[in-house]
Design a protein around this ligand. Structure first.
Ligand code: TXA
Ligand code: MG
Length: 315
């Protein structure tokens, strides 16, 4: 039996696609230096080409080969990589336009998963990879999620077990001032501690502007189940109609329709880990509608709430 990692690396070098486990979510990887291969990612996902991809590297040296380093970038790379942080930096010419949607910047990250890092090393090149889900749908946190939705469109899927973090990386515009473009697996609090300065969080409008979206609101619905999802207002009671599925951080939730509690103990790390699989279960439960309550907006709660808002189409 050939080593699945070798097979996957060969597929990548030949311009094919591979489902790749990372600590955040599973990625759909292609050779970032091969424009045609990268175009294949957009086609497989049904993703518009104006939404740029993240380039995955094995180490900071790999990152500085595709992006220009700055003092802040070096500090963050040393403190946070490998890990769930994507740095948006000025790009170098080694990366084709299709990866960055023609932007002058590129998002780079060094994933903290042994299979991902070994795959990058064996492929011998940086790997462009968005989350391995059809565009707009819930991100995959197991190999089975990837197989179910994109199995017929990839050359191979590597199974690295369930993702330890469960929501995507934090995307940070590094300079001239640090701004979180997408809250995720690395908290704002931790970034501020490392940098010793305030870190802003972009609103939906600023986020759209960062990738020069042709029309505002175009990416509002994302991470979304097929069943309509609505967020409950702060004091709004839980619906008890058995046809309505409910999602909450922890109980109590009165008897009613299918219910997913993200963490019995209210732990936000556990909640992040279980979020997407819980949404998938609710989506498959037969419920006609779904409701969710936001979690405390601290630490990983920022990323969880961002995914819930966008799953509800609220940008
Ligand atoms: O955890 C993750 O980040 C996962 C795993 C596979 O690494 N990847 C991921 O990729 O979530 P994707 O394509 O689903 O999300 C990438 C996000 C998008 O919102 C995109 O707009 C933003 O990063 N992005 C990428 N390059 C950018 C750039 N140059 N400027 C601004 N935003 C950028
Ligand atoms: Mg995604």
């Amino acid at each position: 039996m050939p080593d699945p990692l070798d097979t996957a690396a060969t597929i990548l070098r030949a311009g094919g696609l591979v489902g790749m486990p990372t600590e955040t979510v599973y990625g759909l990887a292609a050779d970032a230096t091969n424009a045609e291969a990268v175009l294949g990612i957009f086609i497989a996902k049904g993703r518009p080409t104006f939404d740029p991809l993240i380039v995955h590297v094995a180490d900071p040296e790999g990152a500085w080969a595709v992006a220009e380093s700055t003092p802040r970038a070096r500090l963050l790379a040393a403190a946070c990589w490998p890990g769930p942080l994507t740095l948006v930096l000025r790009r170098r010419a080694t990366i084709p336009d299709v990866v960055t949607s023609g932007l002058e910047t590129v998002g780079v990250r060094c994933p903290d998963h042994p299979v991902a890092r070994e795959l990058i090393r064996r492929a011998g090149r940086p790997l462009a990879a968005p989350s391995a889900n059809p565009f707009g749908f819930i991100s995959p946190t197991t190999a089975a999620h990837v197989r179910d939705q994109l199995g017929d469109r990839v050359g191979a899927i590597l199974d690295g077990g369930p993702c330890a973090i469960g929501i995507e990386s934090t995307v940070l515009l590094v300079d001239p001032q640090p701004v979180i473009l997408r809250p995720g697996g690395l908290t704002r609090e931790r970034l501020e501690e490392i940098l010793g300065e305030p870190v802003a969080v972009a609103n939906a409008q600023a986020r759209a502007a960062s990738i020069a979206l042709p029309a505002p609101g175009l990416l509002a619905s994302h991470y979304a189940p097929r069943t309509p999802l609505r967020l409950l207002d702060e004091h709004e009671p839980w619906p008890t109609d058995p046809r309505i599925g409910r999602l909450a951080l922890c109980g109590p939730v009165p008897a009613g329709g299918p219910t997913e509690l993200l963490s019995q103990s209210g732990d936000l790390a556990e909640a992040a880990r279980t979020l997407f699989a819980s949404l998938r279960r609710l989506d498959a439960s037969g419920a006609t509608d779904l409701v969710a309550r936001l979690v405390p907006a601290i630490g990983l709660g920022l990323g969880i709430n961002d995914r819930l808002r966008r799953a509800a189409g609220l940008g």
